[in-house]
Design a protein. Sequence first.
Lengths: 276, 407
Amino acid sequence: MTAQAQTLTAKDFKSDIKPVWCPGCGDFSVLSAVTKALAELQLRPEKVAVVSGIGCSSRIPAYTNVYGFHGVHGRALATATGLKLARPDMTVVVTGGDGDGFSIGGNHFLHACRRNVDMTYIVMDNEVYGMTKGQASPTTDPDWCNSKLTPEGPGVTKLRPLNLALAAGANFVGRGFSGDPNEVARLIAEGIQHPGFSFIQVLSPCVTFRSEQRGWKDIVRKDTLKPRHTMAEAMQVLAEDDGFNTGILFAGDRPPFQPGQKAVTELAAIERRFAS
Amino acid sequence: MSKISNSSRVIVCDGNEAAALGVGLARPDVVAVYPITPQSSLVEYVSQMIADGRLQAELMNVEGEHSVMSALQGAALAGGRTYTATSGPGLAFMFEPYIRAPGLRLPMVASLVTRDLLTPQCVWGGQQDAMSVREAGWIQIYCETVQEVLDTIVMAYKIAEHHDVMLPVNVCHDGNYLSYGVSRVELPDQAEVDAFLGPRDVNWHVALDPARPMAVDPLTGGAGGGGPAMFVKYRKGLCNGMQNALRVISEVHAEWGERFGRFHAPLVEEYSLDGADYALVTIGSMTGAAKDAVDAAREAGEKVGLIKVKTFRPFPVEALSAAFAKVKAVGIVDRAVSFGWNSGPVYQESLGALYRTGRHIPAISFIGGLAGADITAEHFARIIETTAKAVTGAVPDGPVWVNENDQ
Ligand SMILES: Cc1ncc(C[n+]2csc(CCOP(=O)(O)OP(=O)(O)O)c2C)c(N)n1
Ligand code: SF4
């Protein structure tokens, strides 16, 4: 037995449970990217927790070899926040779908961004509820008519997750494509290393209910987003964004929420300013 | 002689489609949905009817069940007839606005496609969801067959909107077994259903009425002042509405039978109870297999009958105690658990009805069908055997877990 911990590979972060996703589902590559990133950072499995909600994409915790929790639909971020505050030494990764994160859990997304707890949130966005067999989600185009629930299209403006994350205060914002798992792994590794709340949208096709998303590979632009450091600059980039640029959009410097340390009200400083 | 309506059509469909067809016939104004297994196909059928123009209603595809129930309360406050359906975790998430509907006396109708509750993770049938909200103030009616699902949905609107009731109704049908179980169904004619439901009559006192603008449910009064007395008045009113519902549910079922030729037991069904020494008590779709097992046992000379609970809220104390008075032991089968009572909820509540009979007969709690497990005719044969022994006093200690040794 050597005292030296051995070098871990991506395989060491995969469990032996076989994913039940449909063949060709984008989530396979996201799983690979998560394990690759954890290996690249040489994190110890017992120091990492993957928390999810409910959905096809939310099955990821069972397929990894780190701590995992398959939570309640839409509440992964709240659960993860509690976990991180109880164990600040853990690396916390949150995974889920666009329905879980932006529909039923949309409220938590906003507050997780503004609270800026140090964790990384990966949303596998397939613009559909895969698990319940193909209903429109908040990121679905208003004129998508292939859902039995909304045969005439959802008819509602689509939500723009990166804009929201930025506006709500996320400290790191990026977008990847499951067709390029190495790039997604890089984004995840960067997100984990960046202090505060990191949000990564991964375009991850649902081949069963949105087979046309196979065509994303021809539309997605590789690494066209370069890290901006102010919200204004990043917002400007988003004003021109069609949702298919990938890379790191924003890397901010807001100090993360510190467990055990209340957010400091700088009242005294303000008073001093007025007094002088 | 049963009177089959000339204009009804025979179709083949599953319980979810039957529920949707019932909804279509009842013509709600607003439907709000969030999909969940095993309810999803039901709301998809409703949505398709709206898209095809077969149902003139507004469909709201919202971001979760909490919003579903809130949106529908807005619609009901405006005098709209509403519908939704949910299951398990969806009902759990809906709970906050859900518990306000009875106190507001909003006559809403919602299907519970029953599903067992987590944890462990589970997407399969069971009645733990519906049983967990049995004190919320909603009327709860459990269906046995696909036909009963369709018929009960329509009847539910008449019950809910009856002036002596004014309470929301949950029509419960078992996830998996009824939601996806296909059977022959008679589809009543729209005009006849319209005649059955009668002219639309929005009488609820909280509905937005231009002649009487009012702020609904403000926080008024205070401890020791008008507050508690007003609170008691509303609580009592709700209890009275529930008690009235026992009569109204029976009347509505009788009228349905007269008009459509299908007489469903409104509160409690007595099956093969004549000359029975002991009986099974069932609820929901398990009743079919239980009846088969009872028939087989009868043929073999066993004096066994069956009592089916159809309406669970209001609890049919009188009807049940009348049935219990006819037997010497009962085996009560639940598809849910009453934690802390170490029994099933139907069992635990039946004890109240037994008390009413003034006789202390042996009663056994059987718990089966959890997380989609099948309670087969063989299981029921064993349940019958165990209950038979109870007639002479052999009662197991604690509940019998029906599927405990299933492979
Ligand atoms: C409270 C509640 N409501 C509804 C559901 C049903 N449900 C499970 S997953 C899901 C949507 C999943 O969509 P998404 O998060 O986009 O994940 P995907 O399956 O597409 O990966 C829904 C509606 C649930 N589990 N809990
Ligand atoms: S339904 Fe869609 S999201 Fe779910 S596993 Fe299949 S391809 Fe993936």
